[in-house]
Design a protein around this ligand. Structure first.
Ligand SMILES: O=C(O)/C=C/C(=O)CC(=O)C(=O)O
Ligand SMILES: [Mg+2]
Length: 204
């Protein structure tokens, strides 16, 4: 699973410069969690943030994929949460260390069921939202993305060979905030899918 930073309003709320190239990082398969299982907050963080994102599921692998052929490599989509231990990420950034513990821990990537490509005819213009305990926190559109989906697929495949089943999370709009134990997270792609997850603290 490959991740990028892709919305100027989110870069601004974290006081980061707007990226001129995608920032890439990885999550392992053990990061996935499906509805019915909780998001488990690692013991080492006290500032776990939600980030709602459109996920792109690769159907046909390849490397050095052109932007013009990129959408032929897409099988469909998923609604995803990029759970981020912001305190750990800030610490890693200040020390010049990778973001693995901030981004790639168990259950750091809640996902919806697979959404076939035909259900989202224009992925460059879909509305994403996220609520915590019924309070709206994030509301944005993929039309705000800095880098388009074809650009991301082409860019990533120049460095990392994409394989069938890979999931590319395409970045989050503004509104990220901390979650607490027992919170109920609900998120959606307008008119397509909703997901909900409960937050649980890791046992000592
Ligand atoms: O650079 C930072 O402080 C934070 C970057 C991110 O967490 C990137 C994302 O995951 C995103 O923009 O969705
Ligand atoms: Mg993210």
């Amino acid at each position: 699973m490959i991740k990028v930073q892709n919305y100027a309003d989110h870069a601004k709320e974290l006081k980061n410069a707007v990226p001129t190239e995608p920032v890439l990082f990885l999550k392992p398969p053990s990061a996935y969690v499906k509805e019915g299982s909780p998001i488990v907050v690692p013991l080492y963080t006290s500032n776990l943030h939600h980030e709602v994102e459109l996920g792109v599921v690769i159907g046909k692998g390849g490397n050095a994929i052109s932007q013009t052929s990129a959408m032929e490599h897409v099988a469909g989509y998923a609604l995803c949460l990029d759970m981020t231990a912001r305190d750990i990420q800030d610490e890693c950034k200040s020390k010049g260390l990778p973001w693995t513990l901030a981004k790639a821990f168990n259950t750091s990537c809640p996902v919806s069921d697979f959404i076939p490509k035909e259900r989202i005819p224009d992925p460059s213009n879909v509305k994403l939202w996220l609520k915590v305990n019924d309070q709206l926190k994030q509301s944005g559109s993929t039309s705000q993305m800095i880098f388009s989906i074809p650009y991301l697929i082409s860019y990533i495949s120049d460095f990392i060979t994409l394989e069938e089943g890979d999931l590319i999370l395409t970045g989050t709009p503004k509104g990220v905030s901390a979650v607490q134990e027992h919170d109920e997270l609900q998120a959606g792609i307008e008119d397509v899918v909703t997901i909900s997850f409960r937050v649980q603290r890791q046992n000592q």
